[in-house]
Design a protein around this ligand. Sequence first.
Ligand code: MG
Ligand code: MG
Ligand code: MG
Length: 307
Amino acid sequence: MSAYAVGHKVPDSDSICSAIALSYLKTTLGEDVKPARLGELSPETLFILDKFGFEQPELKLSFADTDGIYVVDHSDRIQGPDDIDNTTILGIIDHHKLGDITSNAPLECWIRPVGCTNTIIKMMYDFHNVEIPKNIAGAMMCAILSDTVIFKSPTCTTADIKCVEALAEIAGIDDPQGLGMEMFKVKSAVEGTPIRDLVLRDFKDFDMHGNLVGIGQLEVIDLAIFDDIKAELAADIAALKAEGNRHSVMLLLTDIMKEGSEVLVVSDNDDLTEKAYGKATTDGKVWLDGVLSRKKQVVPPLQESLA
Ligand code: MG
Ligand code: MG
Ligand code: MG
């Protein structure tokens, strides 16, 4: 048996790269830890794995029969493995609001208000004085550039920027921000992708005071990319809401150059965005200027408004 490092459902680059980086660190320290993933990978993550020569982590949905898991890049039960309540939690390494994952035994916790889990994992490497291999440094660096939207996100801290500089040096990358833009171009390619796949590409459910709220996000370099498919995206989040028991479904169409998000909304509350963000939804849409971060700018006011 082994232990695993596993990120959230609908894995993003941070969840995957932190599972890989943490597994290597733990294995070097003498534990048997393997990276796992809870779902299919996005084009951006595939680009990173390809660039630095990694295989996809094992697709694994059940962990009750393992030696336990290190939970990375989340701490909400709803975002983790379905059998998490029957799984031993060895540790949590995360940069989100503290969720409701708990443990039966003492565990290791590294939780910091920084822009990316990989920034925390770099701190762990430094703490244990373990050298980071070149390819792992490259993947960690890309994850930080992704999560911080190339340092533009309000979640980005000095620690993240310093960490990217240090990792770029190890990985031998001269222009990390240029590589970041290349990555966001890959992320912006939506043509030919089924609408539902786009809606769910970076989708998270939240339990907000007993209301199930699903929030997806597509980060692109130009919102014009969505001109032809916006109506279909809006219809699909309405369909998604009708299929399940969600109180609200939102899709953030984030323009990383204009630095704001157009939000498509379907909700049981007509005044959802008015109450949470002070801006009413018109025709199921609202532009939120300066909003780039789901975790810092979208979730907290919504959670508060639903209390
Ligand atoms: Mg994530
Ligand atoms: Mg993250
Ligand atoms: Mg993100």
